[in-house]
Design a binder for this molecule. Structure first.
Ligand code: FES
Length: 163
């Protein structure tokens, strides 16, 4: 029976709770660390945290839904952020975003059906003189044309596949 209970628990979340001595007042740090480790907060992780900290599941769901930084769905494998602020708009970021939506069949603010690409709008990446600007998997690029975006994303996908 013990082995079955262990299997049902979310091991990374349990470990993170332990690093905080299973203190309920460390809930926010535990949620942040679990999301950092997993990329999102699964039902299993939240159930484990609630059980280990001895707080209600309603309470933990209330906290998670209050803060917009917490992700409740698995993230896309690759993230494209396209700047939609004025300087980048003036040099074609709207067309670039439209191209990305069509190319990967994804709406801005969502991820593709195969979880490969997440597309987000951002409002200034601090690279205004070199717009349109985009960030792909955390790397900043300037003067991004649709063709260049395709090549950059392909490169990121290949790089990730090679490990
Ligand atoms: S407006 Fe796009 S990087 Fe600043």
């Amino acid at each position: 029976m013990v082995a079955l209970i262990d299997k049902l628990e979310h091991a990374p979340a349990h470990l993170i709770c332990g690093r905080h001595n299973n203190r309920p007042d460390a809930l926010l740090e535990i949620l942040h660390e679990t999301q950092a480790a997993e990329g999102w907060l699964s039902d299993d992780a939240l159930r484990t945290i609630a059980d280990v900290l001895n707080i209600s599941r309603a309470e933990i769901h209330g906290v998670v839904s209050f803060y917009h930084d917490y992700r409740r769905a698995a993230p896309a494998k690759h993230f494209i952020k396209i700047c939609r602020a004025e300087a980048c708009q003036a040099v074609g970021s709207e067309a670039l975003a439209a191209h990305a939506e069509q190319k990967w069949n994804v709406s801005t603010g969502c991820k593709s059906a195969d979880d490969l690409i997440g597309l987000e709008a951002v409002y200034c990446l601090g690279n205004c003189a070199l717009g349109p600007s985009a960030m792909i998997d955390g790397e900043l690029f300037g003067r991004v044309t649709p063709e260049r975006l395709d090549a950059l994303v392909e490169r990121c996908i290949e790089k990730a596949e090679r490990g």
